[in-house]
Design a protein around this ligand. Structure first.
Ligand code: HEM
Length: 422
């Protein structure tokens, strides 16, 4: 029986049937995280409640729908109502339930839009974040929270080469839905957006995907390179404490939380596809097919940044992506990357090319998502040098994104970020 008391399908029931019939593996749930060695659990649900929010160290799901919301009401009680109902609804949806009890015969619109009803939970996670505008907007303290803004929730500076489009940038709240089915991810954000109508409305959203890579392999991005090889392992609890989770140094409501930096990075794929293999490999500092660092043989060989070739030049070029991004080039600092590819068709505007190259462009690239304990000792610090020197900059443009404080995880009976409002 479902929660209406009848025998109509629920997503949980589908899961049970699918598991019995061996369909779960076929549904593609046995994926791996960015660090290729971290195998995903063979279940179809991810926990919603816990010390940390889901969707940060969760083995990466196949699809994401990332949405940033603007708060369009200034009422603190209404904001709290939204966070409360988002929490309850998220707990239901991640467990494979519809957003609310289905309401046959009701006069108004259905409680749940319905497109995920016959689908398994698909390891749905929902990760919530708070942007700077929740604390102050144009100097105004809209919700009585101005004194609570964490120092680490910085306004990112303009980086060299940034071409951020305002309509794709910023936001007061963020919701990152990740699932092994794109319709489950979209459905989840859609239900939350319906519930917050008149209080929070979507400012920008971006879909993303990773390919269905085999266990033990690292997924490739749209430039054809393995992406995630040298990510810290989510199974390395020490590294997660050190680089990802906020500890006693942050405000109480951020303890066990993390900061997410998101960048919509468009790739000039037409230009990339005309670049020789040697240039492509020198740009990243890795071999394309094996993923090995230049000078190495295997994907997981440690890059030797000191190696010098016979001609006196560095084997891994001075401005190669992995050299500039390496922990050893950035005072030992690391971030946890959770990137997705995106593919939004193509357009004719571009503006990134000189006249002879003008023409239709793919609007495709990377939805770069990274988590860190403090962006000042994470993205901001690492990207500062990269934005000036990285050879990859010839082929990519940052067009949007945001930075959000993702509070610690939720306990039963609490709502997301509750301790911020106490
Ligand atoms: C379209 C944009 C980007 C693409 C296609 C890309 C791709 C890659 C690839 C192929 C690698 C090597 C394999 C690996 O270890 O994962 C890598 C490494 C890395 N990337 Fe990126 N990346 C992009 C943007 C960024 C940005 C904006 C940052 C910002 C901080 C960044 C940070 C890193 C880091 C920290 C590493 C690991 C370096 C190491 O220690 O070896 N990437 N990236």
């Amino acid at each position: 029986m479902n929660d209406r008391g009848d025998d109509k399908p629920t997503r949980r029931k589908f899961l049970a049937a699918a598991a019995a019939g061996g369909l779960v593996a076929a549904a593609g749930v046995n994926r791996e995280v960015c660090a290729a060695i971290d195998a995903a659990p063979a279940t179809s649900t991810e926990p919603f409640f816990g010390l940390h929010q889901g969707g940060i160290v969760t083995p990466i799901q196949g699809h994401t729908y990332f949405a940033a919301f603007d708060l369009v009401s200034e009422r603190r009680d209404k904001l709290i109502d939204v966070l409360r109902s988002w929490t309850l609804t998220s707990a239901r949806m991640t467990a494979g339930q519809p957003a609310a009890t289905l309401d046959d015969g009701a006069a108004g619109p259905p409680n749940d839009t319905g497109e995920a009803l016959d689908l398994p939970p698909a390891r749905l996670t929902l990760t919530f974040g708070f942007g700077a505008g929740l604390f102050t907007e144009d100097g105004r303290d809209r919700f009585g929270l101005s004194g609570r803004r964490p120092d680490a929730l910085v306004d990112l500076p303009h980086f060299d080469g940034d071409q951020l489009v305002s309509a794709l940038t910023g936001g007061d709240l963020s919701v990152q839905a990740c699932a092994d089915d794109p319709q489950v991810a979209f459905h989840a954000v859609r239900q939350l957006a319906r519930q917050s109508a008149g209080i929070a409305q979507i400012r920008w959203a971006q879909t993303g995907f990773v390919p269905a890579f085999a266990p033990g392999q690292t997924p490739r991005n749209l430039m054809g390179f393995k992406d995630g090889t040298n990510n810290p392992s989510v199974n390395d609890a020490d590294a997660m404490e050190r680089f990802v989770w906020v500890g006693g140094d942050g405000p109480d409501w951020m303890r066990g939380g993390s900061y997410v930096v998101v960048r919509r990075i468009r790739m000039a794929l037409e230009r990339w596809d005309h670049a020789g293999l040697d240039l492509q490999e020198r740009t990243f500092g890795r071999h394309k097919y094996s993923g090995a660092p230049l000078g190495g043989r295997n994907e997981f060989d440690l890059p030797d940044l000191d190696a010098v070739a016979k001609d006196g030049n560095s084997v891994i070029p001075d401005y190669a992506h992995i050299r500039l991004a390496a922990a050893s080039s950035n005072g030992g600092l690391r971030i946890l990357r959770r990137p997705y590819s995106y593919n939004d068709g193509m357009d004719f505007t571009g503006g990134r090319k000189s006249a002879p190259e003008e023409g239709p462009d793919y609007d495709a690239g990377l939805l770069f998502v990274c988590y860190q304990r403090d962006p000042r000792a994470g993205f901001m610090r690492i990207f500062e040098g990269m934005s000036k020197l990285d050879m990859l900059n010839h082929f990519v443009t940052h067009t949007g994104g945001g930075i959000f404080a993702c509070p610690g995880g939720v306990s039963q009976g609490e709502f997301i970020g509750q301790r911020l409002f106490e």
